[in-house]
Write a protein that binds this ligand. Structure first.
Ligand SMILES: Cc1ncc(COP(=O)(O)O)c(C=O)c1O
Length: 440
């Protein structure tokens, strides 16, 4: 397993360059020229440009897109090829077959050009008909999106809503299914990126699959797949989707749909309208080593490298690495005095959400972190301005997490909060090592 990789952010000269480029000092004042505030960009004159830094000098800690390994970036700049030629066929077959192994399925894996939301739409329109009863188990913004898509295409969607910040309870799902007429499908989220909560997917899928009418189990696995335990066929999941820019270490642009036998059969009867996302077309063309429409070839080149790296690392080791890094980040954030959103048992291995301390305004705080090269995400929907989200999936190591915690700690101090950045880094590394040793 790779450990202790040196991230470019860790070099003092790079940190110095970031500060110089951003006009920030390590303990500067809050309102910098060019910083983003609720009122817009401050101090922007006609000749003044907002703070911009080259991506390589940023510590990109949003929950996707994720930083790209040099090998991925190099692969993406390879010369273009004919997407109807044999070379592309090899690329498509290799990536689909490796993903099927990593996901744990003998079903089809389609590589669709689009973002994860496109794959959610594909999951719906290829399995359902207008009027179908669908139960959407929603625990956050992305569960809501899945439900919205099914409604938009005419499904009769009912929701089993769980308060944001918590995971769904398999017993509650069981009771709901038993008390209601049969559903055609149950929509589940593996990892809710808006709240940093991972669902007990194996248990939820098992309850859903054996419920009245044996509903189809359709899963949004976009931000969990690849990084966390997942066994599509063994867990009875009929269809799961993901996207290249998450744990798969690629750039945005390729949506991934793994389709099991029951979902494939459901497609034959499904009457929702579809053209671009039609799996029957994808299947027909995949047999020839092609996609129906022009694919994002360069993104696929990069994704191939990401998937090879994951296959080489091995699923269990990848899962253990993510769990250890998450443990480190979570301990480090708590050491900074932040309260985490999710209860310990529900915490995600790919993204951690923390409440913003009382009275700390997100926009200036975020601008100050960005000025130091640290890019984290804010809240979504009702949680805008209330939480921050720290991504730790893909080609990640503990060094860049430690660097992010140090920068966040320094920014908290700048904003008058009692935080000890060095202690946070120490605690994070310790929790990371402890979790890794336990997994060995
Ligand atoms: C769980 C989940 N579902 C859906 C999406 C939407 O994916 P995309 O932004 O690629 O359309 C995301 C993106 O963050 C996600 O994390």
């Amino acid at each position: 397993m790779r450990r202790g990789r040196l991230h470019p952010m860790n070099s003092p000269s790079v940190r110095g360059r970031i500060r110089a480029a951003s006009g920030a000092s390590s303990r500067g004042s809050t309102a910098k020229s060019g910083s983003v505030t609720p009122g817009g960009l401050r101090g922007i004159g006609l000749l003044h440009r907002p703070i911009m830094m080259p991506a390589m000098d940023q510590n990109l800690r949003v929950p996707g897109p994720t930083p790209l390994a040099e090998a991925v970036r190099e692969a993406q700049s390879a010369p273009m090829i004919d997407h109807r030629g044999t070379e592309f066929g090899e690329l498509l077959r290799e990536v689909s077959a490796s993903l099927a192994e990593l996901i744990g399925t003998r079903g089809d894996v389609f590589l669709l050009t689009g973002s994860g939301t496109g794959a959610l739409e594909a999951a719906v329109v290829n399995t359902l008909s207008p009027g179908d009863r669908v139960l959407a188990v929603t625990i956050g913004a992305f569960g809501d999106r899945f439900a919205k898509i099914a409604s938009a295409f005419g499904a009769q969607v009912e929701r089993l809503e769980v308060a944001w910040g918590s995971a769904a309870d398999p017993a509650a799902l069981d009771a709901h299914l038993a008390d209601n007429p049969a559903y055609r499908a149950v929509l589940l989220t593996h990892n809710e990126t808006s709240t940093g909560v991972t669902n007990p997917l194996r248990e939820l899928a098992s309850v859903a699959r054996t419920g009245p009418g044996e509903p189809l189990v359709l899963v949004d696995g976009i931000s969990g797949l690849g990084a966390m335990p997942f066994e599509m066929d063994a867990w009875g999941i009929d269809l799961v989707v993901s996207a290249s820019q998450k744990a798969w270490m690629g750039s945005p642009g390729i949506a991934i749909a793994a389709v099991g036998e029951r979902a494939r059969a459901a497609g034959e009867a499904a009457r929702m309208p579809r053209v671009y996302w039609d799996f029957a077309e994808a299947r027909k063309w995949a047999e020839k080593g092609q996609t129906p429409w022009t694919p994002a070839v360069s993104v696929l080149y990069g994704l191939r490298v990401g998937v090879r790296r994951l296959a080489e690392e091995g699923r269990e080791r990848t899962w253990a690495r993510h769990a250890a890094i998450a443990a480190g980040v979570q301990a480090g954030l708590e050491a900074l005095g932040l309260q985490l959103v999710a209860a310990p048992a529900d915490r995600s291995s790919t993204v951690t959400a923390a409440w913003l301390p009382e009275g700390l305004e997100w926009a200036p705080f975020n601008a100050a972190m960005r000025a130091r090269g640290l890019i984290v995400a804010g809240g979504q929907g009702a949680w805008v301005g209330r939480i921050l989200r720290f991504g730790h999936m893909g080609d990640v190591g503990i060094d860049e997490m430690a660097e992010a915690l140090r920068v966040m700690g320094e920014t908290l101090v700048e904003f008058g909060r009692a935080a000890d950045p060095a202690e946070s880094v120490r605690v994070a590394r310790q929790a990371f090592e402890a979790r890794l040793s336990a997994a060995r």
